[in-house]
Design a protein around this ligand. Structure first.
Ligand code: AMP
Length: 411
Protein backbone atom coordinates (compact mmCIF):
# COMPACT_ATOMS: atom_id res chain seq x y z
CA UNK A 1 0.00 0.00 0.00
CA UNK A 2 1.45 3.40 -0.86
CA UNK A 3 2.35 5.63 2.04
CA UNK A 4 -0.23 8.39 2.29
CA UNK A 5 0.55 11.70 3.89
CA UNK A 6 -1.64 12.33 6.93
CA UNK A 7 -4.72 14.32 6.22
CA UNK A 8 -4.91 17.90 7.29
CA UNK A 9 -8.07 18.57 9.34
CA UNK A 10 -9.11 21.19 6.81
CA UNK A 11 -9.81 18.32 4.39
CA UNK A 12 -12.77 17.11 6.47
CA UNK A 13 -16.02 18.96 6.07
CA UNK A 14 -15.70 20.64 9.47
CA UNK A 15 -17.12 24.07 10.17
CA UNK A 16 -14.74 27.02 10.45
CA UNK A 17 -15.51 27.30 14.15
CA UNK A 18 -14.49 23.73 14.81
CA UNK A 19 -11.34 24.22 12.72
CA UNK A 20 -10.57 27.32 14.83
CA UNK A 21 -10.85 25.16 17.96
CA UNK A 22 -8.49 22.61 16.42
CA UNK A 23 -6.00 25.33 15.52
CA UNK A 24 -6.17 26.66 19.07
CA UNK A 25 -5.45 23.16 20.39
CA UNK A 26 -2.48 22.84 18.03
CA UNK A 27 -3.98 19.94 16.04
CA UNK A 28 -2.94 20.06 12.37
CA UNK A 29 -2.76 16.58 10.90
CA UNK A 30 -5.13 13.74 11.67
CA UNK A 31 -3.70 10.62 13.29
CA UNK A 32 -4.41 7.28 11.53
CA UNK A 33 -7.41 6.45 13.75
CA UNK A 34 -8.82 9.93 13.13
CA UNK A 35 -8.30 9.60 9.39
CA UNK A 36 -10.26 6.36 9.35
CA UNK A 37 -12.94 7.07 11.93
CA UNK A 38 -13.93 10.66 11.19
CA UNK A 39 -15.38 10.09 7.67
CA UNK A 40 -17.33 7.02 8.88
CA UNK A 41 -18.84 8.87 11.83
CA UNK A 42 -19.66 11.86 9.64
CA UNK A 43 -21.45 9.45 7.27
CA UNK A 44 -23.61 8.31 10.17
CA UNK A 45 -22.21 4.78 10.51
CA UNK A 46 -22.05 2.86 13.78
CA UNK A 47 -18.45 2.05 14.53
CA UNK A 48 -16.39 -0.48 16.41
CA UNK A 49 -12.81 0.73 16.71
CA UNK A 50 -9.91 -1.10 18.18
CA UNK A 51 -7.47 1.56 19.30
CA UNK A 52 -5.40 2.12 22.36
CA UNK A 53 -4.92 5.41 24.20
CA UNK A 54 -2.28 7.64 22.74
CA UNK A 55 -3.53 7.11 19.19
CA UNK A 56 -5.80 10.16 19.22
CA UNK A 57 -8.96 8.06 19.63
CA UNK A 58 -10.74 10.69 21.73
CA UNK A 59 -10.62 13.30 18.99
CA UNK A 60 -11.51 10.58 16.47
CA UNK A 61 -15.02 10.44 17.92
CA UNK A 62 -15.35 13.91 19.46
CA UNK A 63 -14.61 15.89 16.31
CA UNK A 64 -17.26 14.38 14.01
CA UNK A 65 -19.82 14.40 16.83
CA UNK A 66 -19.13 18.05 17.64
CA UNK A 67 -19.32 18.86 13.97
CA UNK A 68 -22.76 17.23 13.76
CA UNK A 69 -24.04 18.71 17.02
CA UNK A 70 -23.58 22.22 15.71
CA UNK A 71 -25.87 21.57 12.79
CA UNK A 72 -29.09 21.62 14.83
CA UNK A 73 -30.16 23.17 18.08
CA UNK A 74 -31.90 21.87 21.18
CA UNK A 75 -31.66 21.92 24.95
CA UNK A 76 -31.73 18.18 25.56
CA UNK A 77 -28.76 15.83 25.81
CA UNK A 78 -27.76 14.80 22.30
CA UNK A 79 -24.51 12.95 22.84
CA UNK A 80 -23.50 10.63 25.66
CA UNK A 81 -19.94 9.42 26.18
CA UNK A 82 -19.41 6.71 28.77
CA UNK A 83 -15.88 6.12 30.08
CA UNK A 84 -14.51 3.95 32.89
CA UNK A 85 -12.89 6.44 35.29
CA UNK A 86 -13.48 9.95 36.48
CA UNK A 87 -9.98 10.93 35.36
CA UNK A 88 -10.79 9.86 31.82
CA UNK A 89 -14.15 11.64 31.97
CA UNK A 90 -12.41 14.83 33.00
CA UNK A 91 -9.84 14.51 30.25
CA UNK A 92 -12.48 13.96 27.61
CA UNK A 93 -14.38 16.96 28.96
CA UNK A 94 -11.25 19.09 28.71
CA UNK A 95 -10.80 18.08 25.08
CA UNK A 96 -14.44 18.95 24.41
CA UNK A 97 -13.91 22.36 25.97
CA UNK A 98 -10.91 22.98 23.75
CA UNK A 99 -12.49 21.82 20.50
CA UNK A 100 -15.87 23.41 21.20
CA UNK A 101 -14.51 26.74 22.39
CA UNK A 102 -15.94 28.61 19.40
CA UNK A 103 -18.94 26.34 18.84
CA UNK A 104 -21.26 27.10 21.74
CA UNK A 105 -21.72 23.40 22.45
CA UNK A 106 -22.14 22.68 26.17
CA UNK A 107 -20.98 19.59 28.04
CA UNK A 108 -21.30 18.15 31.55
CA UNK A 109 -18.82 15.76 33.13
CA UNK A 110 -20.61 13.30 35.42
CA UNK A 111 -18.72 11.09 37.85
CA UNK A 112 -19.00 9.77 41.35
CA UNK A 113 -16.99 10.65 44.42
CA UNK A 114 -16.43 14.17 45.63
CA UNK A 115 -18.58 15.69 48.32
CA UNK A 116 -22.37 15.59 48.24
CA UNK A 117 -22.51 18.90 46.40
CA UNK A 118 -21.03 17.34 43.25
CA UNK A 119 -24.18 15.29 42.66
CA UNK A 120 -26.29 18.40 43.25
CA UNK A 121 -24.17 20.43 40.82
CA UNK A 122 -24.52 17.74 38.16
CA UNK A 123 -28.27 17.65 38.75
CA UNK A 124 -28.53 21.42 38.33
CA UNK A 125 -26.40 21.27 35.20
CA UNK A 126 -28.88 18.75 33.75
CA UNK A 127 -31.72 21.16 34.54
CA UNK A 128 -29.94 23.90 32.61
CA UNK A 129 -29.44 21.50 29.72
CA UNK A 130 -26.30 20.30 27.97
CA UNK A 131 -25.60 19.01 24.49
CA UNK A 132 -23.06 16.47 25.58
CA UNK A 133 -22.72 14.35 28.72
CA UNK A 134 -19.48 12.55 29.57
CA UNK A 135 -20.04 10.08 32.38
CA UNK A 136 -18.80 7.12 34.37
CA UNK A 137 -21.43 4.34 34.36
CA UNK A 138 -22.24 4.23 38.10
CA UNK A 139 -23.00 7.90 38.59
CA UNK A 140 -24.90 8.13 35.33
CA UNK A 141 -27.21 5.35 36.49
CA UNK A 142 -28.03 7.30 39.66
CA UNK A 143 -29.05 10.29 37.59
CA UNK A 144 -31.03 8.16 35.14
CA UNK A 145 -32.89 6.42 37.96
CA UNK A 146 -33.69 9.63 39.80
CA UNK A 147 -35.04 11.04 36.54
CA UNK A 148 -32.77 14.11 36.57
CA UNK A 149 -31.60 13.51 33.04
CA UNK A 150 -33.67 13.32 29.91
CA UNK A 151 -32.10 11.15 27.21
CA UNK A 152 -35.08 11.16 24.87
CA UNK A 153 -33.30 13.30 22.26
CA UNK A 154 -30.05 11.34 22.30
CA UNK A 155 -28.41 10.98 18.88
CA UNK A 156 -24.90 9.72 19.72
CA UNK A 157 -23.63 7.16 22.19
CA UNK A 158 -19.91 6.49 22.65
CA UNK A 159 -18.44 3.76 24.82
CA UNK A 160 -14.81 4.66 25.39
CA UNK A 161 -12.33 2.10 26.70
CA UNK A 162 -15.09 -0.48 26.61
CA UNK A 163 -12.78 -3.35 27.54
CA UNK A 164 -11.70 -1.59 30.69
CA UNK A 165 -15.29 -0.85 31.63
CA UNK A 166 -16.07 -4.54 31.41
CA UNK A 167 -12.93 -5.39 33.39
CA UNK A 168 -14.14 -3.04 36.09
CA UNK A 169 -17.47 -4.84 36.27
CA UNK A 170 -19.64 -2.26 34.50
CA UNK A 171 -21.28 -4.65 32.01
CA UNK A 172 -24.67 -4.65 33.70
CA UNK A 173 -24.59 -0.93 34.38
CA UNK A 174 -23.93 -0.33 30.70
CA UNK A 175 -26.80 -2.60 29.69
CA UNK A 176 -29.12 -0.76 32.08
CA UNK A 177 -28.06 2.61 30.73
CA UNK A 178 -28.56 1.52 27.14
CA UNK A 179 -32.08 0.29 27.92
CA UNK A 180 -32.95 3.86 28.83
CA UNK A 181 -31.68 5.37 25.57
CA UNK A 182 -33.54 5.85 22.28
CA UNK A 183 -32.87 2.97 19.90
CA UNK A 184 -32.45 5.26 16.92
CA UNK A 185 -29.02 6.65 17.54
CA UNK A 186 -25.47 6.39 16.26
CA UNK A 187 -23.30 4.22 18.48
CA UNK A 188 -19.51 4.15 18.58
CA UNK A 189 -17.52 1.65 20.58
CA UNK A 190 -13.82 2.17 21.25
CA UNK A 191 -11.76 -0.49 22.91
CA UNK A 192 -8.06 -1.24 23.17
CA UNK A 193 -8.72 -4.97 22.89
CA UNK A 194 -11.51 -7.02 21.33
CA UNK A 195 -12.12 -10.03 23.57
CA UNK A 196 -15.30 -12.04 22.88
CA UNK A 197 -17.25 -10.15 25.59
CA UNK A 198 -16.69 -6.90 23.74
CA UNK A 199 -17.77 -8.48 20.46
CA UNK A 200 -20.94 -9.73 22.19
CA UNK A 201 -21.67 -6.29 23.56
CA UNK A 202 -21.02 -4.74 20.17
CA UNK A 203 -23.35 -7.22 18.48
CA UNK A 204 -26.10 -6.21 20.92
CA UNK A 205 -25.82 -2.44 20.71
CA UNK A 206 -24.36 -1.56 17.30
CA UNK A 207 -26.17 -1.64 13.98
CA UNK A 208 -24.20 -2.83 10.96
CA UNK A 209 -21.06 -1.24 12.34
CA UNK A 210 -18.01 -0.27 10.33
CA UNK A 211 -14.89 -1.73 11.88
CA UNK A 212 -11.50 -0.18 12.32
CA UNK A 213 -8.55 -1.90 13.81
CA UNK A 214 -5.26 -0.18 14.26
CA UNK A 215 -2.24 -2.40 14.63
CA UNK A 216 -3.54 -3.45 18.01
CA UNK A 217 -1.35 -4.59 20.83
CA UNK A 218 1.77 -2.99 19.55
CA UNK A 219 3.30 -0.19 21.56
CA UNK A 220 4.12 2.91 19.55
CA UNK A 221 7.43 2.61 17.73
CA UNK A 222 8.77 5.77 19.32
CA UNK A 223 8.90 4.24 22.80
CA UNK A 224 12.28 2.86 23.82
CA UNK A 225 11.54 -0.24 25.90
CA UNK A 226 13.98 -1.70 28.41
CA UNK A 227 13.88 -3.86 31.49
CA UNK A 228 15.93 -4.60 34.59
CA UNK A 229 16.14 -7.91 36.40
CA UNK A 230 15.68 -6.83 40.01
CA UNK A 231 14.61 -8.44 43.25
CA UNK A 232 11.84 -6.57 45.06
CA UNK A 233 14.32 -5.19 47.57
CA UNK A 234 16.42 -3.74 44.75
CA UNK A 235 13.58 -1.95 43.02
CA UNK A 236 13.39 1.29 45.00
CA UNK A 237 17.13 2.02 44.97
CA UNK A 238 17.15 1.12 41.26
CA UNK A 239 14.29 3.51 40.58
CA UNK A 240 16.08 6.24 42.45
CA UNK A 241 19.25 5.65 40.43
CA UNK A 242 17.32 5.80 37.18
CA UNK A 243 15.47 8.97 38.12
CA UNK A 244 18.70 10.62 39.23
CA UNK A 245 20.58 9.56 36.11
CA UNK A 246 18.91 12.07 33.85
CA UNK A 247 17.05 15.30 34.32
CA UNK A 248 13.58 13.74 33.92
CA UNK A 249 10.87 16.36 34.25
CA UNK A 250 7.94 13.98 34.14
CA UNK A 251 7.83 10.29 34.97
CA UNK A 252 4.99 7.92 35.75
CA UNK A 253 5.65 4.92 37.98
CA UNK A 254 3.22 1.99 38.12
CA UNK A 255 2.96 -0.36 41.06
CA UNK A 256 0.78 -3.44 41.27
CA UNK A 257 -1.14 -2.40 44.39
CA UNK A 258 -2.33 0.70 46.17
CA UNK A 259 -0.33 -0.21 49.26
CA UNK A 260 2.86 -0.48 47.26
CA UNK A 261 2.13 2.90 45.67
CA UNK A 262 1.72 4.41 49.12
CA UNK A 263 4.86 2.86 50.58
CA UNK A 264 6.91 3.77 47.52
CA UNK A 265 5.69 7.36 47.84
CA UNK A 266 6.95 7.46 51.42
CA UNK A 267 10.33 5.97 50.51
CA UNK A 268 10.79 8.36 47.60
CA UNK A 269 9.89 11.44 49.62
CA UNK A 270 12.18 10.30 52.42
CA UNK A 271 15.00 10.13 49.89
CA UNK A 272 14.28 13.64 48.69
CA UNK A 273 12.35 12.91 45.46
CA UNK A 274 9.38 15.02 44.43
CA UNK A 275 6.97 12.11 44.18
CA UNK A 276 3.29 11.65 44.97
CA UNK A 277 1.05 8.62 44.71
CA UNK A 278 -2.47 8.71 43.30
CA UNK A 279 -4.81 6.03 44.61
CA UNK A 280 -8.37 5.40 45.66
CA UNK A 281 -7.77 6.32 49.31
CA UNK A 282 -7.35 9.94 48.30
CA UNK A 283 -10.57 11.87 48.04
CA UNK A 284 -11.44 13.30 44.70
CA UNK A 285 -10.13 16.77 45.48
CA UNK A 286 -6.78 15.36 46.53
CA UNK A 287 -6.61 13.24 43.38
CA UNK A 288 -7.35 16.25 41.25
CA UNK A 289 -4.69 18.29 43.03
CA UNK A 290 -2.08 15.61 42.44
CA UNK A 291 -3.06 15.25 38.78
CA UNK A 292 -3.00 19.01 38.26
CA UNK A 293 0.44 19.33 39.85
CA UNK A 294 1.71 16.53 37.59
CA UNK A 295 0.15 18.04 34.52
CA UNK A 296 1.60 21.49 35.32
CA UNK A 297 5.04 20.04 35.91
CA UNK A 298 5.08 21.12 39.56
CA UNK A 299 5.28 17.45 40.39
CA UNK A 300 7.88 15.40 38.54
CA UNK A 301 7.12 11.86 39.61
CA UNK A 302 3.67 10.33 39.85
CA UNK A 303 3.11 6.87 41.31
CA UNK A 304 -0.10 4.96 40.63
CA UNK A 305 -1.85 1.68 39.93
CA UNK A 306 -3.48 0.62 36.66
CA UNK A 307 -7.05 1.60 37.37
CA UNK A 308 -6.30 5.07 38.59
CA UNK A 309 -3.61 5.83 36.09
CA UNK A 310 -5.32 4.49 33.05
CA UNK A 311 -6.10 7.06 30.45
CA UNK A 312 -3.98 9.69 32.15
CA UNK A 313 -3.52 12.16 29.38
CA UNK A 314 -0.55 14.26 30.28
CA UNK A 315 1.62 15.55 27.51
CA UNK A 316 5.33 15.06 27.57
CA UNK A 317 5.69 12.17 30.04
CA UNK A 318 9.28 11.21 29.34
CA UNK A 319 9.52 8.00 31.27
CA UNK A 320 7.17 5.22 32.38
CA UNK A 321 8.50 2.79 34.96
CA UNK A 322 6.74 -0.48 35.64
CA UNK A 323 7.90 -0.94 39.21
CA UNK A 324 6.05 -4.25 39.03
CA UNK A 325 5.40 -6.27 35.87
CA UNK A 326 1.73 -5.74 35.01
CA UNK A 327 -0.32 -8.93 35.50
CA UNK A 328 -2.18 -8.52 32.24
CA UNK A 329 -0.01 -8.11 29.12
CA UNK A 330 -2.53 -5.64 27.70
CA UNK A 331 -1.92 -3.41 30.71
CA UNK A 332 1.73 -3.21 29.74
CA UNK A 333 0.73 -1.60 26.48
CA UNK A 334 -1.68 0.78 28.19
CA UNK A 335 0.89 1.74 30.78
CA UNK A 336 3.74 2.45 28.43
CA UNK A 337 1.34 4.23 26.09
CA UNK A 338 1.34 7.07 28.66
CA UNK A 339 4.69 8.15 27.27
CA UNK A 340 5.58 9.09 23.71
CA UNK A 341 2.13 10.48 23.02
CA UNK A 342 1.38 12.20 19.78
CA UNK A 343 4.64 11.40 18.03
CA UNK A 344 7.04 12.31 20.83
CA UNK A 345 9.73 9.92 22.04
CA UNK A 346 9.55 8.20 25.40
CA UNK A 347 11.22 5.56 27.52
CA UNK A 348 9.52 2.64 29.23
CA UNK A 349 11.45 0.61 31.81
CA UNK A 350 10.10 -2.50 33.52
CA UNK A 351 11.50 -4.08 36.68
CA UNK A 352 11.29 -7.87 36.46
CA UNK A 353 11.47 -9.56 39.84
CA UNK A 354 12.37 -13.18 40.53
CA UNK A 355 8.67 -14.10 40.35
CA UNK A 356 7.79 -12.26 37.17
CA UNK A 357 9.80 -13.89 34.40
CA UNK A 358 6.80 -15.80 33.08
CA UNK A 359 4.51 -12.76 33.13
CA UNK A 360 7.10 -10.74 31.29
CA UNK A 361 7.51 -13.42 28.64
CA UNK A 362 3.75 -13.20 27.99
CA UNK A 363 4.17 -9.48 27.37
CA UNK A 364 6.99 -10.08 24.92
CA UNK A 365 4.85 -12.65 23.14
CA UNK A 366 1.97 -10.21 22.88
CA UNK A 367 4.05 -7.39 21.47
CA UNK A 368 6.09 -9.85 19.40
CA UNK A 369 9.31 -8.28 20.50
CA UNK A 370 12.09 -9.10 22.87
CA UNK A 371 12.77 -6.29 25.30
CA UNK A 372 16.42 -5.71 26.26
CA UNK A 373 17.13 -6.87 29.81
CA UNK A 374 19.76 -5.34 32.03
CA UNK A 375 21.35 -6.29 35.33
CA UNK A 376 21.00 -3.88 38.24
CA UNK A 377 24.10 -1.72 38.83
CA UNK A 378 26.74 -3.61 40.81
CA UNK A 379 26.29 -1.37 43.85
CA UNK A 380 22.81 -2.87 44.32
CA UNK A 381 24.04 -6.45 44.39
CA UNK A 382 23.41 -9.19 41.86
CA UNK A 383 20.35 -9.40 39.66
CA UNK A 384 18.23 -12.54 39.64
CA UNK A 385 18.76 -14.91 36.71
CA UNK A 386 15.89 -15.00 34.24
CA UNK A 387 13.70 -18.05 34.12
CA UNK A 388 10.43 -18.02 32.31
CA UNK A 389 8.67 -20.85 34.08
CA UNK A 390 5.25 -20.04 35.49
CA UNK A 391 5.28 -19.29 39.22
CA UNK A 392 4.23 -22.37 41.16
CA UNK A 393 3.78 -24.22 37.89
CA UNK A 394 6.08 -27.19 38.37
CA UNK A 395 9.25 -25.14 38.82
CA UNK A 396 11.74 -26.23 41.42
CA UNK A 397 9.73 -26.93 44.49
CA UNK A 398 6.88 -25.17 42.72
CA UNK A 399 7.43 -22.06 44.77
CA UNK A 400 8.80 -18.66 44.02
CA UNK A 401 9.58 -19.81 40.45
CA UNK A 402 10.50 -17.38 37.76
CA UNK A 403 14.14 -16.77 38.65
CA UNK A 404 16.92 -18.77 40.07
CA UNK A 405 19.46 -17.64 42.60
CA UNK A 406 19.41 -15.37 45.61
CA UNK A 407 20.37 -11.72 45.85
CA UNK A 408 23.97 -11.30 46.79
CA UNK A 409 25.70 -8.09 47.61
CA UNK A 410 28.70 -7.33 45.52
CA UNK A 411 31.51 -5.44 47.14
P1 AMP B 1 -5.90 9.94 22.98
O1 AMP B 1 -5.43 8.73 22.26
O2 AMP B 1 -7.23 10.40 22.53
O3 AMP B 1 -5.80 9.76 24.46
O4 AMP B 1 -4.90 11.15 22.59
C1 AMP B 1 -3.55 11.17 22.92
C2 AMP B 1 -2.94 12.57 22.92
O5 AMP B 1 -2.68 13.00 21.60
C3 AMP B 1 -3.80 13.65 23.55
O6 AMP B 1 -2.96 14.47 24.35
C4 AMP B 1 -4.33 14.44 22.40
O7 AMP B 1 -4.55 15.78 22.77
C5 AMP B 1 -3.20 14.30 21.39
N1 AMP B 1 -3.68 14.30 19.99
C6 AMP B 1 -4.68 13.54 19.50
N2 AMP B 1 -4.83 13.76 18.17
C7 AMP B 1 -3.92 14.67 17.83
C8 AMP B 1 -3.59 15.34 16.59
N3 AMP B 1 -4.24 15.05 15.46
N4 AMP B 1 -2.60 16.26 16.61
C9 AMP B 1 -1.93 16.53 17.76
N5 AMP B 1 -2.19 15.96 18.96
C10 AMP B 1 -3.17 15.04 18.99
Amino acid sequence: MPYLLPLNFHEFSFTDKLLDGLDAMGFEKATPIQEQAIPLVLEGRDLIACAQTGTGKTAAYLLPILSKLTQTEGDKVRALIIAPTRELVQQIDQQVEGFAYFLGVSSIPVFGGGDGSAYEQQRRAFDTGADLVIATPGRLISHLISGTVDMSALEFLVLDEADRMLDMGFYEDIERIIQKLPTTRQTLLFSATMPPRIRDLAAKILKDPAQISLAISKPAANIVQQSYLAYDTQKTPLLQKILSSSDFQSALIFTSTKDKAKSLEKEMIRSGFEARAIHSDLDQKQREEVMLAFRNRQLKFLIGTDIVSRGIDVDGIELVVNYDVPPDPEDYIHRIGRTARAERNGIAITFISDKDGFKFKKIEELIEKEIPKFQVPASLGESPVLSTRPVGGGGRGGKGGGFKGKPKRRN
